[in-house]
Write a protein that binds this ligand. Sequence first.
Ligand SMILES: *Cc1c(COP(=O)(O)O)cnc(C)c1O
Length: 367
Amino acid sequence: MSCDYLALAVSGVQKLSPYIPGKPVSELERELGISNIIKLASNENPLGPSEKAIAAIQSALPELTRYPDGNGFELKKALADKLQVNTNQITLGNGSNDVLEIIARAFLDTSSEAVFSEYAFAVYPIVTQAVGAKAVVTPAKNWGHDLAAMAAAITERTKLIFIANPNNPTGTWFTQAEWEAFLAAVPERVIIVLDEAYIEYADSGDAIDGAAYLSQYPNLIVSRTFSKAYGLASLRVGYCASNADIADVLNRVRQPFNVNSLALAAAVASLADADYLKRSRQINDAGMQQLVDGFRALQLSFIPSGGNFVCVDVEQAAGPIYQALLKEGVITRPVSNYGIPNHLRISIGLPEENQRFLAALKKVLGK
Ligand SMILES: *Cc1c(COP(=O)(O)O)cnc(C)c1O
């Protein structure tokens, strides 16, 4: 090619590395010519979607020729009721990744800094880099966020702080005392993005509900998703709640029809399906226990997780173990791209899937 198109890209984009998704089942089927594959790689809900969501999608199908409701009225109303905020505080996204990108585009430029932690979710560096802002990465503490170090990393250029609680890929979470000390230390001109993609799995005991802090902290944005506990990863629907002025800014950047009509209908239906959410949590709690017991039996250590996944230390470079598990028809997630070379991240599956993974792990480790 005569022209270097990468060189034409804006400088932040030139330095981007693409997000590496979990391997799709269909891809491994093509590569190995095998069937009966299980995927425990992308923190998806193993139950399949809520039946109420499927019914809602079916009723919405005849209207597919119409643009979706660009204001997402019904979904925002349902979310506002749930979070005890006004609808003008909600911003909808094509997945919460879209929300994170909208936030970065709205508030960061080449003169600004965004703070996030070592081992934090991969999308934070991508959205920061894409707009040419400077990423300030603070060292992790016990695999998790060191909130005090993050507050200390704020400079006059800092515009955003990205935090995941629980974090992906490590599953770590922080205490209410750490969180409240952090909130008190961050100036109002610095926006805190609290990513609660896994909040529905968090134990009600010591879990922090970010939405409860919105009224007191105008610089707080809480993002959530329907991709995990609500089982709608493929539809791409997430949201954030913030003060109304921030939501107004985000709404200026947002693509007018960023959430499609099927996703809107399914999200409203899922939100109302308390029984589905309860079963999702139950299957997750039991599956987490099953995996943790299995790791103990294999004498492998793991990072305790508050999400629907867990990182296990395979005590050697995880890449070849990941490959060997693929040959057993089990897709897991290597996390070496996060700087965690000896762990694999396993999403909690159905009991029989967890069992198959544990048996395959035992086999490939020769334990
Ligand atoms: C999965 C995940 C998301 C959600 O992504 P969607 O775009 O909503 O599917 C956001 N943040 C974290 C930390 C995640 O792990």
